[in-house]
Write a protein that binds this ligand. Structure first.
Ligand SMILES: *Cc1c(COP(=O)(O)O)cnc(C)c1O
Length: 399
C-alpha cells in the first residue's frame, strides 16, 4: 500500500489510488458457500421454490429463537415488509417518521397515499427526538415509525408513552438493527411490530429479503394473509393482499448466514475497535459510540466531521473516493430533500435543524468481512494526515 507523506501523494492530485480494488460500504457478509450449496441441492431435489417452503419455515423458526420473539414472518424485502406492516396496522392520514433515514421508510407510506411527516432527530443518537414528534401530532396522525438508525435503538419508552397518550400506533424500521438489543431485550420486541431488511448491504443478508417481527398473534395472522394475496387456504381469498413472500433460496442464504453470525459480529467489532482507536486521536473527527451494555452489530462506521476539521465533509469524501475508499454520505440530504417530498413540503427543513446539521457532517466508512486491518490502518492514517492543517491546505480539488 502506498505511503502518503504529503499532499502530492494523494490520488486526487494525480497520484495512483491507494487501493487497486475499491473498498465499498456494505460489501456482503457471506457464510459458508459449501453449506449454502447443500441447501441449494436440497431445494432443487424438492422442487419447492416458494410459498412458505421448508427453508423459509426453518429460517423463521431460527429467527424467532435468535430474537426471542413470538412471530417472525420472512418477506421478499424490507420495503414491502414496511408497506405490509403499515397496512396491517391500519395507518392512514399522517404518520410521523424521521427524515434522517433511508428513503424507503418514507416511500413505504407515500406509496399507499399516507403522508410522511418528518420529525427531527436527537443529534447524539441520530434517532427520533420525541419532543419533535410530539410537536407534529395533529388530529390526522395515526402512527409513529421510529428507525433504529445504525442499529442503535430509538428512545423506545418515550415514543411508546407518546403513542399511548395520543392513541397512536407505534412500529419500528429495524432495517439496521438485526441482532441488536435495547435494555437487554432483543430489537424485534418493541412497538406493535418491527421490520427488518436482509438486503445484501446489511449486517445479515439473504441476497434480498426482510422480515416482520411481532408478539401479537392477530397481527401476525393479518400480515401472513397480506403477504400471500389474502389466501386463507386453497381457493379461499378473504383479504386484499399482495406478494411479499420470501423464496427458498433466500431463506437458505439466511440459514447459512445465521451459522456464521458470530464470525460476522466479531469481525465487525474488531474493525470498529480498530477504527475507534485511531479516529479518537484525530481532532475534528468523532466516531459513533455503541452502548457496551447492549448487543450491537457494529455494521456502521459512522464518523462526524466537526467544524475543527480542516476539510469539509464533501471534499473529504472526494479525497477518499479518489483513493478507491468509497465512503458514503448516509443519509444525505435527508428524505425531505428528495422527491416527491421536496416539492410537496418545500419548508419541511425549517423544522429539522438537527437533521440538516448531522446530514452535512456524517461519513460512513467501509467495514465488514471484506476489509482487513491493514486497510483500516491506512484509512485512519490518511484521515490523521488530512486533519493536519498545513498538510491539508491547498489540496488541489477541482470542486
Ligand atoms: C435498507 C433499508 C430499508 C429497505 O430495505 P430493503 O430490503 O432494501 O427493501 C428500509 N429502511 C432502512 C432504514 C434501510 O436501511
Amino acid at each position: 500500500m502506498k505511503k502518503i507523506k504529503n499532499k502530492h501523494d494523494l490520488a486526487i492530485n494525480g497520484a495512483p489510488p491507494a487501493f487497486e480494488q475499491s473498498l465499498h460500504v456494505g460489501k456482503p457478509n457471506i457464510g459458508s458457500r459449501e453449506k449454502f450449496l447443500q441447501h441449494v441441492n436440497a431445494i432443487f431435489d424438492r422442487k419447492w421454490f416458494s410459498n412458505h417452503g421448508p427453508e423459509v419455515q426453518a429460517f423463521e423458526k431460527r429467527l424467532s429463537q435468535h430474537l426471542d420473539v413470538k412471530h417472525c414472518i420472512a418477506m421478499c424485502n424490507g420495503t414491502v415488509a414496511l408497506e405490509i406492516a403499515i397496512r396491517a396496522l391500519g395507518l392512514t392520514g399522517e404518520v410521523i417518521v424521521p427524515s434522517y433515514t433511508f428513503v424507503a421508510t418514507a416511500h413505504a407510506l407515500q406509496w399507499q397515499e399516507i403522508t410522511p411527516v418528518f420529525a427531527d432527530i436527537d443529534p447524539k443518537t441520530h434517532t427520533l427526538d420525541p419532543e419533535s414528534v410530539r410537536s407534529l401530532i395533529t388530529p390526522k396522525t395515526t402512527g409513529i415509525i421510529g428507525v433504529h438508525l445504525w442499529g442503535r435503538p430509538c428512545d423506545v419508552a418515550s415514543l411508546q408513552q407518546l403513542a399511548d397518550e395520543y392513541g397512536l400506533q407505534l412500529m419500528f424500521d429495524a432495517a439496521h438493527a438485526f441482532s441488536c438489543s435495547h435494555q437487554g431485550e432483543m430489537i424485534a420486541n418493541f412497538g406493535r411490530c418491527e421490520v427488518f431488511s436482509f438486503h445484501a448491504t446489511k449486517f445479515f443478508n439473504t441476497f434480498e429479503g426482510g422480515m416482520i417481527a411481532t408478539n401479537d398473534d392477530e397481527l401476525a395472522q393479518q400480515i401472513r394473509l397480506m403477504q400471500n394475496f389474502g389466501f386463507a387456504g386453497n381457493d379461499n381469498v378473504i383479504y386484499p393482499g399482495t406478494n411479499g413472500k420470501m423464496n427458498e433460496l433466500s431463506a437458505a442464504m439466511g440459514l447459512t448466514g445465521l451459522d456464521s453470525l458470530d464470525s460476522f459480529l466479531s469481525t465487525n467489532k474488531q474493525n470498529y475497535l480498530n477504527y475507534k482507536k485511531g479516529i479518537e486521536q484525530i481532532s475534528g473527527l468523532s466516531i459513533i459510540e455503541y452502548d457496551e451494555a447492549e448487543q450491537n452489530n457494529f455494521q456502521y462506521i459512522v464518523v462526524e466531521t466537526e467544524d475543527a476539521f480542516p476539510i469539509k465533509r464533501d471534499r473529504l469524501v472526494d479525497i477518499l473516493q479518489a483513493e478507491n475508499i468509497l465512503a458514503r454520505k448516509y443519509f444525505w440530504p435527508g428524505c425531505h430533500k428528495m422527491e416527491p417530498y421536496r416539492s410537496l413540503y418545500p419548508h419541511a427543513g425549517l423544522l429539522l435543524p438537527e437533521t440538516r446539521r448531522v446530514a452535512e457532517r456524517v461519513i460512513v466508512l467501509p467495514t465488514g468481512t471484506a476489509i482487513d486491518k491493514k486497510s483500516i490502518n491506512f484509512i485512519v492514517e490518511l484521515l490523521a494526515k488530512l486533519s493536519e492543517v498545513s498538510f491539508a491546505e491547498n489540496i488541489n480539488l477541482a470542486s
